[in-house]
Design a protein. Structure first.
Length: 519
């Protein structure tokens, strides 16, 4: 009989953690050793520098073109060809091979394009070649000048006649042939951008998508404005705020949770079509679809309603898809094709919940019945009001099945304090949420513009706040005063920019935010 002790549950996990920790310590030790060596090279570079130029970090280098431009012009060179054209360009060394009288390096530009540098004894001389071998490391930025050629293998190259360090890297690059861990990607995005094409592509896609949003708004006569991020009264959404203190005013301030109430003030003032793309902050949980700091688009259109604003939102997203993919069919990072074209589905919240739950649920359904259904399904609801139960049950039964773009219409009145009551259905408001891939991407309203009803809604929110609801809105007298001066019938919408990129790329939120907040 074996006397080997039985493994304790969790031993394998602990062993794996120990191995990972040891590997990390070894990597850190190696990095520290490399840094010492590179610091010495930095010192030698600086010691050899003149007052006019040189050193480990020169103020400039004489570039005449870029790697992408050279590739665009000479990309079709036949193997073993020479152009007779001399260029001066710079890039980061991502591959380095020093062999005798001829050294090779791959220089990478910010967009990921590369070109080969060939440093030969015949072209640069013995001293320069020796300095290259002694001082240049992976990760360094270098300037090279020389003739554009094609190697015998057909690789576009520069036969270097002069070179110079443009910026000395004191730490080595990660292994570019191995995939970076997710933790490294989000904590050290600069390494992710160097190492991974998808990271660079996502930045470009985000920029093009946001530019497209602005172009679509401009074509429709909207004006972009900026509203305060520091507010004395947080509002415009049901969310927990971050708070801070102003020394100058000796008062508590809040990082905004939404720009809504200020954008509506602009509509009152006569800016009939207005939008803003900027940052919001919500002191809540973080997961694959939520970040405490995120980019938000909100737009308001006088004499529109939630139907016209849905059409606008569909156009905004389809135009953004066109901008990054060339069509309404986008290709996600995993290769999946996703069709954002055509007219999108529209379903009722109450009708779809009734169908999925197998029983009729309406604004008149007693709270006790909703509580019983929630208990039977294991659905927890923080605050016992009708609308909270309906929305949580709808998410439980319906939300996960919505992959195609779908507008979910007509929400409970008691969870939507800034929305106009439905024109024909009692107990609901004219609000939609847009779901794509099973997550909420945008929301739209027929805005509540009656200041008397709005005050009643705020008072009810204050009652909920007093009862312990941390997401309830406060009564905002300044906003009500603006409404009392007359706000026209208006449609409004809000959309997370980070989530828009999730829909367009298939990535998680920490990938679509360039520098996400991490613990």
């Amino acid at each position: 009989m074996s006397t080997t002790p039985a493994p304790v549950p969790g031993d394998d996990d602990q062993a794996a953690q120990d191995v990972a920790a040891q590997a990390e310590m070894a990597a850190q030790a190696e990095m520290n050793e490399q840094k010492v060596v590179r610091l010495a090279k930095r010192d030698r570079l600086n010691a050899a520098a003149t007052s006019a130029a040189g050193g480990a970090y020169p103020v400039s280098v004489p570039v005449t073109t870029t790697i992408p431009a050279v590739r665009a012009r000479y990309g079709d060179l036949e193997p073993d060809a020479a152009t007779g054209d001399t260029v001066g360009l710079a890039g980061r060394i991502v591959h380095l091979r020093n062999t005798g009288k001829l050294c090779f390096a791959s220089l990478q530009a910010g967009d990921g394009s590369r070109i080969q540098a060939m440093v030969s004894l015949a072209a640069v001389g013995e001293d320069s070649l020796a300095s290259w071998k002694d001082l240049v490391d992976l990760g360094d930025h270098v300037f090279i000048s020389g003739e554009v050629i094609s190697s015998r293998r057909g690789e576009l190259s520069v036969m270097v006649s002069e070179w110079q360090i443009a910026a000395k890297a004191l730490l080595p690059l990660p292994n570019l042939h191995s995939e970076l861990s997710e933790e490294t990607r989000v904590r050290s995005r600069y390494l992710d951008l160097i190492a991974r094409e998808q990271a660079r592509t996502t930045v470009v896609q985000r920029s093009r998508a946001v530019s497209s949003l602005r172009a679509t708004f401009t074509a429709r006569g909207f004006l972009e404005i900026e509203t305060p991020m520091l507010q004395t009264m947080h509002g415009g959404a049901s969310a927990r705020p971050f708070s801070t203190h102003s020394n100058a005013f000796d008062t508590e301030l809040f990082l905004r949770i939404a720009p809504e109430l200020f954008l509506k003030r602009a509509v009152v003032g006569g800016i009939d079509r207005v939008y803003e793309i900027n940052r919001n902050f919500r002191n809540e949980g973080a997961d694959s679809t939520h970040s405490p700091e995120f980019a938000m688009l909100e737009a308001y259109e006088a004499y529109g309603d939630y139907t016209s604003i849905a059409e606008l939102t569909q156009t905004l997203i389809q135009d953004a898809a066109q901008a990054i993919a060339g069509s309404h069919v986008v290709t996600w990072a995993d290769g999946t094709e996703f069709d954002l074209g055509g007219e999108w589905d529209r379903i009722s919240m109450y009708d779809s919940l009734s169908a999925a739950a197998g029983r009729a649920i309406s604004p008149a359904t007693p709270l006790a019945e909703l509580q019983g259904l929630a208990a039977a399904e294991g659905v927890e609801v923080d605050h016992p009001i009708h609308g909270k139960y309906v929305e949580e049950l709808w998410e439980h039964f319906v939300k996960g099945d919505l992959v195609r773009p779908t507008f979910v219409l007509d929400f409970p009145v008691d969870t939507s304090p800034l929305v106009r009551g439905h024109r024909s259905i009692d107990g609901v408001v004219e609000k939609w949420d847009l779901y794509i891939r099973g997550f909420e991407l945008a929301t739209g309203y027929s805005e509540l513009v009656d200041p008397v009803v709005q005050r009643e809604r705020f008072v009810e929110q204050a009652r909920l706040a007093a009862g312990g609801d941390p997401e309830a809105m406060r009564l905002d007298e300044e906003f009500l005063r603006a409404l009392e001066h007359g706000m026209p019938p208006t449609g409004g919408m809000g959309m997370g920019i980070d989530r828009l990129l999730m829909a367009l790329t298939g990535l998680g939120i920490r990938e679509t935010i360039l520098f996400p907040l991490v613990k």
